[in-house]
Design a protein. Structure first.
Length: 269
């Protein structure tokens, strides 16, 4: 049985590691934390990537990778005007928003006719390895890319995360997920409900992490929104080859180098 090592941050204060199986349910995770903290398990709320996780979901189905940071808050049951506990933020809309781990914004930057707009980047060796490790239900390609200033010192697959703009904790549950890059890059454009005790925050602040190595709460990376997955098999404008990763080039090549990256060097590595 595959073991998962998660890092739990309780009530946005202290954190501690928890070892679980990949098929451990979220309620079982709550029970582990409840015993440690001496609180009722049914009053705990598990939040990951802008979403409250349901009791019957498993660690694997929630896309919780090794050493993922999970926020768990104590939320005493409050009866609503009709005698029922209030529903989470997404419950007010017609459908539950997709997890940030499943969001793909590449279609928002790819025109219908994209021929001639791409510089194809060489796939790294990590692509095959990460695909083999990816749990069932995960996308078969990387949705985001970042520049990791830490140990990687280069372009890597990225992870999209969200926090409350008021308390800066990753305890905000989104009312709906982002559908384009503007939703992610423009501050306070998306809303939700912060689950941290005594925080009235309702505005979302998105950030990115490097997906190639474990990261701390405060460790972030720069999003490269002009590097995206070649989901439409567009050929390179220079060599006509087709690769899985590409850099959009709407006007000319020099516009891409404003990112501070030599994309032509990246192509050769």
């Amino acid at each position: 049985e595959a073991k998962h090592y998660l890092f739990v941050r309780f009530n946005s204060n202290h954190g501690f590691p928890v070892e679980v199986d990949s098929d451990t349910s979220i309620f079982q995770l709550k029970e582990v934390v409840a015993r440690r903290q001496g609180v009722p398990a049914d009053q705990l709320c598990v939040i990951f990537a802008g979403k409250e996780l349901r009791n019957d979901w498993t660690v694997q189905s929630c896309d919780l990778d090794q050493q993922s940071i999970v926020h768990i808050v104590l939320r005493p049951r409050r009866k609503g005007p009709e005698g029922h506990s209030p529903r989470p933020a997404w419950g007010r809309s017609d459908r539950e928003p997709e997890s940030l781990t499943r969001v793909d914004l590449s279609s928002s930057v790819l025109p219908v006719d994209s021929v001639g707009l791409a510089v194809i980047l060489q796939d790294g060796e990590e692509s095959g390895a990460s695909s083999a490790r990816r749990p069932a239900g995960r996308p078969t390609y990387n949705s985001f890319y970042v520049y990791c200033k830490g140990p990687c010192q280069g372009v890597q697959p990225g992870k999209l995360r969200v926090r409350c703009s008021t308390c800066q904790q990753a305890t905000l549950t989104l009312a709906q997920g982002p559908s384009c890059w503007e939703d992610v890059l423009i501050p306070n454009r998306m809303s939700g409900e912060c689950q941290s005790p005594n925080c009235p925050g309702t505005r979302a602040e998105f950030f990115f992490k490097c997906g190639a190595h474990p990261t701390s709460d405060k460790e972030t990376s720069v999003a490269l929104n002009l590097i995206t997955t070649n989901s439409r098999d567009i050929s390179c404008i220079t060599c006509t080859d087709i690769r899985k990763k590409m850099s959009l080039n709407g006007d000319n090549h020099s516009s891409q180098q404003n990112l501070g990256l030599d994309l032509w060097t990246l192509k050769e590595t």
